[in-house]
Design a protein around this ligand. Structure first.
Ligand code: GLU
Length: 434
């Protein structure tokens, strides 16, 4: 397995400081161009989102004042099926970030071969500074603003950073009121009582667990002797940490926006989860379990571990810190956590990276199951969901791994080649209207 791609060079003129997520996603895409025989015209289609909508969202605050927020929904590609991807609420949201995330969703759905294109949404806001009522009004007004784009067969949102099942419930309710009929399949990640799927909340973390266990096995490493650091303790990082520790791995590093913690003997993850459930803002700040010491946040990424799971935001592993990373394997829980520059540095050092568009696909795979159940009005048992999720993750890892071995390329390059070729084939078969 090559961790390094001989063909990889950065696009000329792009330096680290200029990188924004969309430029990063395009760089990753352009790096695989010469490994495919996709015609030039189709390639140009793949480099642009189909549709980007920017909306203003006026919200009446609890004190009676009005604040106007900005939100986006980007449909990157519908070549393989309806667009699919989450909605994030974060102060750092930009149109370019949403475009990048919509692109990554497109390649991700193709890598795991589910019948979707890719999309993404975002609202520039800090949800910790909104009351519950303000958050609900923001969500409902945003839903109304993007209502012309979304739909069960058109574009299906889901949770992402700082959004959850309650927010998805408000979306499905608002969309139902606006359409005058029940539309459970218009959004995934809902509460069970609203048509959500058993296992959806844990699905991204579970997918990361499946992929990590399989990669450790392929590398001849014993999970019970594996030390893991997880950056980000939200829905993805916390569940991945919990499930991997249940498999016997030692979680020795944890962090979130409020701080980073090191526990060489291994965290008691259930204890951490109990603490976070009762802490202000559900953050790690102040956690002081047995043998736990607080460290500076950047140190989390360079801890002496076997596996690093970046499960926070984009561009965390950069040219600035890649040479300090000591993990043998990086399993990407976030979307776009590693910049292309860092990829090159880590490749030269033979660090294996399991790329986001494969490793964090468990969430959208389970969203697909939820959508299928909604369309058929026939819910599944949790065991069935988890078993099918495992099958799809395993099959996708096998496909990416075999391609990487055959062509002597990294797992990221192989995942991009596989995903992008599938999207290109669909785009070519459709032809160009008119
Ligand atoms: N936000 C998740 C992702 O980035 C899930 C998207 C979905 O389920 O549609 O993959």
């Amino acid at each position: 397995m090559a961790t390094q791609d001989k063909t990889k060079t950065l696009a000329p003129g792009i330096t680290q400081t200029q990188i924004n997520p969309y430029a990063m996603m395009l760089q990753q895409l352009d790096m695989v161009r010469e490994l495919t025989d996709i015609p030039a015209g189709i390639w140009e289609i793949l480099r642009r989102p189909e549709k980007s909508l920017e909306v203003s969202i006026p919200v009446t605050k609890d004190d009676g004042s009005v604040e106007v927020f900005t939100g986006y929904r980007v449909q990157y590609s519908s070549a393989r099926g309806p667009c699919k991807g989450g909605i994030r609420f974060h102060p750092g949201v930009t149109l370019d970030e949403v475009k990048a995330l919509a692109g990554w969703m497109t390649w991700k759905c193709a890598v795991v071969n589910i019948p979707y294109g890719g999309g993404k949404g975002g609202v520039i806001c800090d949800p910790t500074r909104l009351t519950h009522g303000e958050l609900e009004r923001l969500t409902r007004r945003f839903t109304a603003a993007i209502f012309s784009l979304i739909g069960t067969r058109r574009d299906i949102p889901a949770p992402d950073v700082n959004t959850n099942s309650e927010i998805m419930n408000w979306i499905v309710d608002t969309a139902g009121l606006l359409s005058g009929e029940a539309v459970p399949g218009i959004v995934t990640g809902k509460s069970l009582e609203m048509g959500g799927a058993l296992g959806r909340r844990e699905a991204t973390g579970r997918g990361i667990m499946f992929v990590t266990l399989s990669v450790l096995q392929r590398l001849g490493l014993d999970v019970t002797k594996t030390r893991i650091a997880v950056q980000g303790f939200g829905n993805v990082g916390s569940i991945a940490a919990q499930l991997l520790s249940k498999q016997g791995a030692k979680i020795v590093g944890l962090s979130d926006v409020s701080g980073a913690y090191h526990c060489p003997r291994g965290f008691d993850i259930d204890d951490v989860l109990r603490y976070v459930a009762g802490s202000p803002g559900h953050l790690l700040a102040g956690y002081n379990g047995h043998g736990v010491e607080e460290i500076k946040s950047p140190e989390l990424l360079t801890l002496d571990v076997d596996v690093l799971v970046p499960a926070a935001l984009e561009a965390q592993i950069t040219a600035g810190n890649a040479s300090g990373i000591r993990a043998k394997v990086i399993v990407e829980g976030a979307n776009g956590p590693t910049t292309p520059e860092a990829d090159l540095i880590l490749g030269e050092r033979d660090v294996m990276i399991v790329p986001d568009i494969l490793s964090n696909a468990g969430g959208v795979v389970c969203s697909y199951f939820e959508w299928v159940q909604n369309i058929q009005c026939y819910p599944w048992e949790e065991d069935e969901t988890n078993q099918r999720l495992g099958q799809i993750m395993q099959r996708s890892l096998n496909e990416v791994w075999s391609l990487a071995e055959k062509r002597e390329i990294s797992l990221r390059t192989a995942a991009f080649v596989l995903g992008v070729e599938r999207v290109a084939t669909a785009a070519r078969l459709r032809g160009i209207f008119p």
